[in-house]
Design a binder for this molecule. Structure first.
Ligand code: C2O
Ligand code: CU
Ligand code: CU
Length: 466
């Protein structure tokens, strides 16, 4: 199948830069006003994931892959969300340092959007980079069946950097689907797996395709935006015998951008690479590691293109995001321990078993409703610096995420760390990690593991900044 027919150079109101889009990353259209103004309709829709079959998915605008929303740092964006599902939902903008009212967590920050209802999200992203969006209601099913999409915030214009220093900007949205051979869904969650690493899917996709071949303009710097939107898995990405630079982690640039060797991303995590493409006809193979072995994952194929750079340019350097540096001299340290509890509570009155497998500081998530919001895991004072001493007392990975802020990873008991800012940190088994941040965004912010089944079976809570 010629998968890249729809690749095209797009110059227009949406972005100041000429951006080369990967075939399978449709863009939603802008309103007539030319502002960053989108509509997302959540609806049941058939997807063709396994060629020749239909999967009864849930899609944004009935599509998978979902529209890639593009916004600009420091400029308002409006997204009108229409719920045509048969269940409530909300949309969360993962990684955006947002106003709490727009964070998209039911009861904590807004009322659920009921079937048939519309909710308008408006915010101004302070940071540039690769972000994503997803519901925060019934997440095993809503995310698992396709309601996951990328939100790319382009850097504000500056003299040093502009997005068109890359000849192409390519989102790579990774998800492993739970499918039978005929395209129907297998169970998205199996309790004995939820109590371990999570229930893995079995049909690997990048932008909705299995092992895609993605065309890139030859002899040029291109930006690859890897995003793990899977419910469960860790991806360990490398390029096969090819150099690249690690531009950013969870939207935050590294300066200077280090040589890229390999990088592991848990559910919810992203990273950007700068790759200088080879001559037309040559390919670069992206691989994913499982255990000690690496498997081909997708292929970049260089083609002659009007977007190609006509001479060798220096490595483009996106500017740092405007994050507050933690004030370590006056920081307060709080300890958090992630543990396995392993109690299967008896069926509730609807006959459904409620599983609680995981705890944070010995507390499992108690659930939330409009009349009952549990106490926060911690009360933080606005503008003060906090160190979180995170301890994973389990034999499983946990990508730990906090809403509303970016935090700095300082050190780990398992690896040497050059401190970096992120919104989600992947904790290995029995690893202990120290993070720090300035509590500069008031609100009640979710704090959870991004393995969706872990979050649903206890590994979730929130912090309150006031
Ligand atoms: Cu992707 Cu609660 O987050
Ligand atoms: Cu989030
Ligand atoms: Cu977890």
């Amino acid at each position: 199948m010629p998968i890249n027919r729809r690749q095209f150079l797009r110059r227009g109101a949406l972005s100041s830069a000429g951006l080369y889009l990967s075939a399978c990353a449709p863009i939603s259209t802008l309103s007539q006003t030319g502002k960053y103004d989108y509509t997302l309709t959540l609806e049941a829709a058939p997807f063709e994931l396994i060629p020749g079959t239909q999967t009864p998915g849930l899609g944004f605008n009935g599509q998978y892959p979902s529209p890639v929303l593009r916004a600009k740092q420091g400029q308002p964006i409006t997204i009108t969300v229409i719920n045509k599902l048969d269940q409530p939902t909300t949309i969360h903008w993962h990684g955006i340092r947002i106003d709490i009212a727009m964070d998209g967590v039911p009861f904590l920050s807004q009322k659920p959007i009921m079937p048939g209802e519309t909710f308008v999200y408006r915010f101004t992203p302070p940071d540039a980079g690769t972000f994503w969006y997803h519901p925060h209601v019934n997440s095993v099913e809503q995310l698992g069946k396709g309601l996951v999409g990328l939100l790319i915030v382009e850097e504000a214009d500056s003299d040093q950097f502009s997005a068109d220093q890359f000849a192409a900007d390519i989102p790579l949205m990774i998800k492993n689907w739970h499918l039978n051979d005929d395209g129907s869904f297998r169970p998205l969650s199996i309790p004995r797996y939820a109590a371990r690493m999570g229930t893995p899917g079995n049909y690997e996709t990048i932008n909705g395709q299995h092992k895609p071949i993605i065309e890139v303009p030859e002899n040029s710097w291109v930006r690859l935006r890897f995003a793990n939107v899977d419910n469960t898995l860790v991806y360990k990405i490398r390029l096969k015998d090819y150099d690249a630079r690690l531009l950013s982690i969870d939207a935050n640039p590294l300066q200077p951008a280090p040589e890229f060797k390999q990088h592991a991303i848990g559910a919810g995590m992203r990273f950007d690479l700068a790759v200088r493409t080879p001559a037309a006809g040559e390919t670069v193979t992206v691989q994913n590691g499982k255990g000690k072995l690496f498997f081909d994952f997708c292929t970049l194929k260089s083609i002659a293109s009007p977007a190609s750079q006509d001479h060798q340019q220096p490595l483009p350097t996106p500017p740092l995001n405007p994050l507050s540096e933690p004030d370590m001299a006056n920081a307060e340290t709080l300890k958090f321990t992630f543990e396995w509890e392993g109690a299967i509570t008896p069926a509730d009155d609807q006959g459904k078993a409620k599983h609680k497998f995981w705890t944070i500081n010995r507390r499992a998530w108690e659930g939330m409703s409009k009349d009952s919001i549990p106490a926060p895991l911690a009360n933080l004072e606005f503008s003060k610096t906090y160190v979180f001493d995170l301890k994973n007392n389990t034999p499983h990975h946990h990508p730990i995420h906090i809403h509303g802020i970016m935090f700095k990873v300082l050190k780990s008991t398992k690896k040497n760390i050059e401190p970096f800012f992120t919104d989600t940190v992947l904790m290995e088994k029995n690893e202990r990690v120290k993070i720090a941040f300035v509590a500069d965004n008031p609100g009640r912010w979710m704090y959870h593991c991004h393995v969706i089944e872990h979050m649903k079976t206890g590994l979730m809570g929130y912090i309150e900044i006031s």
